[in-house]
Design a protein around this ligand. Structure first.
Ligand code: BGC
Length: 328
């Protein structure tokens, strides 16, 4: 009897022990499970800001990609900010906010306003180095500019028309924004290239607001008012695609020599289909990448070189295979 009671006692104790042990393992795991460390708890060497012209613009997204790659390679926290739609006031407000946030450096598209120059001055007084990207403001105290030589890029567009056309060319220009310095420089470069070629003349200029739909409407209006236009030039990244649509709406069968800007996939596609004749190539990914590296160098010392031009070129149908990842 005593033996039976003892066996029962031991059995109950073992069952109780096992239940508690399993329970402890299970609930202990739940209670003390720690999330693997993620990016937010990573420590960074510097905090930089990149201020773009417009958030969702594909061209600026390429700049962001390049900048983020360089940032990741160098343990930099890079913040990408921009107005939703191109707007100088908003861009300047973001610029001011980033200065107030005491970031370690700012990469910003230059805009032609006294306020921009003042903000660069304010940042410099607070030891925050500023780099202009894509568009320079030479009169500001920015430490460096990284981007296309926009005057030269405009000249390339002019030379392309001269080399590839015959007879009178009445040119209609679609520009991103009249007030943008890079657009003004491209326009000046274009004018200088055609100055000695009287058969090529600009007859009209319209603004696209750097959107495809804007370029379509601008082209429509331009061709309606100037039916003799037989060459179109777009000076910003989405103008080429918009110009082709505008032309299709108003004069689908008209012979037109079309020069676009940038190598976004849709533009290249239209070159492949012979709807755009040439485009001026910029390197936004490199601009982003290089600007972060320049800002890193600036944390240690001032630069010798303060104008860092990325490459520029002309792409026509026969050049498509030269573009990374492209085949004709
Ligand atoms: C210009 C940028 C502009 C973009 C618009 C590019 O060609 O360099 O300044 O924001 O076009 O899509």
């Amino acid at each position: 009897m005593i033996i039976k009671t003892r066996t029962l006692f031991y059995t109950i104790t073992i069952i109780f022990f096992l239940t508690s042990f399993i329970g402890m393992l299970f609930y202990g795991y739940k209670t003390f499970y720690i999330e693997p460390t993620n990016a937010t708890s990573k420590s960074y060497t510097h905090h930089f800001a990149l201020i773009a012209e417009e958030t969702e613009n594909d061209y600026w997204r390429l700049i962001e990609q390049g900048a983020k790659e360089a940032a990741a390679e160098n343990d930099i926290f890079l913040e990408y900010v921009a107005p939703q739609k191109a707007d100088n006031d908003q861009l300047l407000r973001l610029f001011d906010r980033m200065i107030a946030a005491k970031v370690d450096g700012i990469i910003v598209q230059g805009v032609e306003e006294e306020r921009f120059v003042d903000l660069v001055h304010k940042a410099t007084e607070r030891d925050i180095p500023i780099i202009t990207i894509d568009t320079d403001v030479k009169s500001s105290a920015r430490k460096a500019y990284v981007g296309t030589d926009n005057f030269y890029a405009g000249e390339l567009a002019g030379k392309t028309i001269i080399e590839n056309t015959e007879g009178k060319q009445f040119v209609g220009i679609i520009t991103g924004r009249f007030e943008a310095i890079n657009q003004q420089e491209r326009m000046a470069g274009f004018q200088s290239a055609i100055a000695s070629e009287p058969r090529v003349q600009i007859v009209a200029k319209e603004e696209s607001n750097i959107t495809e739909i804007g370029a379509t409407q601008a082209t429509y209006a331009l061709l309606k008012e100037n039916p003799k236009v037989n060459a179109l030039v777009g000076l910003s990244a989405l103008d080429g695609v918009g110009m082709v649509e505008g032309l299709q709406e108003i004069a689908p069968n008209k012979e037109m020599y079309i020069t676009a800007f940038d190598v976004l996939p849709e533009t290249l596609n239209l070159i492949r289909k012979n709807e755009i004749n040439a485009t001026i190539e910029q390197y936004p990914h490199e601009m982003g990448f290089d600007s972060v590296e320049v800002l890193i160098d600036l944390q240690k010392q001032d630069l010798l070189e303060n104008q860092i031009f990325t490459d520029t070129g002309v792409i026509e149908k026969q050049d498509l295979s030269k573009i990374h990842g492209e085949s004709q």
